[in-house]
Structures are given as C-alpha cells and as structure tokens.
Design a protein around this ligand. Structure first.
Ligand code: C2E
Ligand code: CA
Ligand code: CA
Ligand code: CA
Length: 282
C-alpha cells in the first residue's frame, strides 16, 4: 500500500490493526480463561444403529465468558490453533475428559468411549501419545474409554510424524477416528497406510440426504468402503427420523446428532443416559 507521497506502508492497513488488537485481546482472554476455569466440556451421545446402545460420547469444549456469555468453539479454537494456545488448552481437554471417564467408570458404567478432538498442531507433538498413555494410567482407565478425533489435515501436513503417533496409539489400543470425512481435499489413498478405527461422515452429507441423491450416494459409498477397510462409520449431525432410517438401512454403524441428544454437561448427560436406557432396553 502506497500513499500519494510514494511511501511504502507494506501490507498494513488500519483495518488490520483493529483486527490484530481484537485477536490479541481474545488470546489474552483465553489465557485468563484457562487459569480461571471458564472452560467446560459438554458431552454428546453416540449410539449404535444395531441396538441403539450407547457406544460413546464426543467431548465438546464450551467457554463461558463472564461478561459475554457462551462463546462457541468455532469462535476461539481456530485462534487457539494459530497462537499455539491449543497446546495447553488441548491438554486441559484431554485431562478433563479422562477425569470424567474415570467418574463414569467408578459409577459402574460399562466402558464407552469419550472422544476428544485433537487439533493438528497437538497431534504433531512428539509427546502426544505418551501424554495420552500417562493420563490413562493416572486415571486407571482402559484404552477402551478413550478415542481421539483427528482431521485429514493432520495426515496431510506431516505424514511421518502423524503415522508415528497413530501407530504408538494403536499399539496401546487407543482408538483414532477421522473427523469431518469427505470435506478435505486429500486423496483417499492415505487410508491405506493410515488405518484409523472409525470414519466420521461429515454432517454436510447427512443434512440433505433426504433431498439430494448425490449425498445419499456418497454416504453409501463411504459406508461400503469403510467396511471393506475394516473401519467403523459414524454419521454426524443426524437430526431427523428419515436420516436415521436411511443410515440404518445403508448399514452405517453408529450415529450422533440432535435426534439422539445435544451436547450437554456431564450431570445432564447422566440423566439423559438413564432415560435412554429405560426407553430402549436392548
Ligand atoms: P466437530 O468436531 O465437527 O463437532 C461437531 C459439531 O456439530 C459440534 O459443534 C456439535 O455441537 C455439532 N452438532 C452435533 N450434532 C448436531 C446436529 O444434529 N445438528 C447440527 N447442526 N450440529 C450438530 P460445536 O460443539 O460448536 O463444535 C464446533 C467445532 O469446534 C467442532 O466440530 C470441533 O472441530 C471444534 N471443537 C470443539 N471442541 C473442541 C476441543 O475440545 N478441541 C478442539 N481442538 N476442537 C474442538
Ligand atoms: Ca469432532
Ligand atoms: Ca465433525
Ligand atoms: Ca467440523
């Protein structure tokens, strides 16, 4: 950007100054929030289409800002990734999920997986696998209590490091699932070497399955492919009975979505589970 006098101001514009200040302010607020315990995990149920039994929950972070109210993760996770704050934040999420799993285990529940979203930066950390294994030990959890959700960008950005982490986790029976499947730009060939346990069909495909034959075809193809690769399939964002029926018909393994339950605090989830089990005994 040049002014009339020909002086070079680089790429700097007043607009960007405002945005940068806002971002720095948000980052500071996030640091304080971590310290002040303003973050909380919500849990959303995942059930089997075969027998409607609970198979897991996805842990989803929430931020209660004292003055602003609830901030959605879409509004701060990307910045946390940019600034590196996702590392301490992600550690907090992992620990919190293990603490909650430990409570559920002690309450006598048979193991169900607590799925934790792991950001690309976090998955590439050499220490991640050890960190996870240490947490499992610390909270006396079998690996069947945990699942890590990654996106395909993890694989694309540093395949070697990602493979090392994946294999280390696999060795110890910690499951990994591939989130937002079908929305990235990568080729499918990576699935050959990167043997995840489960594929999560993105909600974009599920959304229009009733009206859009193409989306229905894509979902069917993903289910068929995953089955042949020995991977489970879970569909996200299931909101209607019609979507449920379609997915069941197509042989999808599991579902997650508002039709079954919204993300909720742990205490509310306990009440949900009691009702769910009473409503469908097997
Ligand atoms: P995601 O991993 O794809 O999570 C699924 C999102 O879909 C969640 O949004 C969930 O509330 C929403 N959802 C679930 N069922 C339905 C449904 O039936 N209909 C619709 N329309 N939406 C549904 P949420 O909680 O706002 O999270 C947004 C994203 O933020 C997540 O997308 C994930 O990428 C990220 N995120 C959330 N928690 C964490 C975390 O602890 N760590 C990291 N790294 N990322 C997180
Ligand atoms: Ca996820
Ligand atoms: Ca997803
Ligand atoms: Ca997503």
């Amino acid at each position: 950007v040049k002014d009339k006098g020909g002086k070079n101001y680089g790429m700097y514009t007043p607009d960007m100054t405002v945005r940068l200040e806002e971002l720095m302010e948000l980052e500071q607020a996030m640091r304080r929030a971590l310290h002040n315990q303003e973050f909380q995990l919500y849990y959303q149920p995942q059930v089997s289409l075969r027998d409607n039994k609970l198979i897991g929950v996805e842990a989803l972070i929430r931020w209660h800002r004292p003055a602003q109210g609830m901030v959605s993760p879409g509004d701060f996770i990307p910045l946390a990734e940019e600034t590196g704050l996702i590392i301490p934040l992600g550690e907090w999420v992992l620990r919190q999920a293990c603490i909650q799993a430990c409570r559920w285990k002690q309450a006598g529940h048979p193991a169900f997986r607590v799925a934790v979203n792991i950001s690309p930066l976090q998955f590439r950390q050499q220490a991640l696998a050890e960190q996870v294994l240490t947490l499992l030990q610390e909270y006396e959890l079998e690996p069947s209590w945990l699942e890590l959700e990654i996106t395909e960008s993890v694989i694309m950005q540093d395949t070697a490091a990602a493979l090392t982490t994946l294999n280390r986790l696999k060795q110890h029976q910690v499951h990994v699932s591939l989130d937002d499947f079908g929305t990235g730009y990568s080729s499918l060939s990576y699935l050959k070497h990167f043997k995840v346990d489960m594929i999560k069909v993105d909600q974009a495909f599920v959304k229009d399955v009733s009206q859009d034959q193409d989306d229905a075809t894509i979902i069917s193809a993903i289910i068929a492919m995953a089955g042949k690769l020995g991977m489970k399939v879970i569909a996200e964002g299931v909101e209607t009975q019609h979507q449920y029926d379609f997915l069941r018909e197509e042989g999808c393994d599991y579902i997650q979505g508002y039709l079954i339950g919204r993300p909720m605090p742990a205490e509310q989830f306990d009440a949900w589970l009691e009702q769910w089990q009473a409503a469908c005994p097997n």
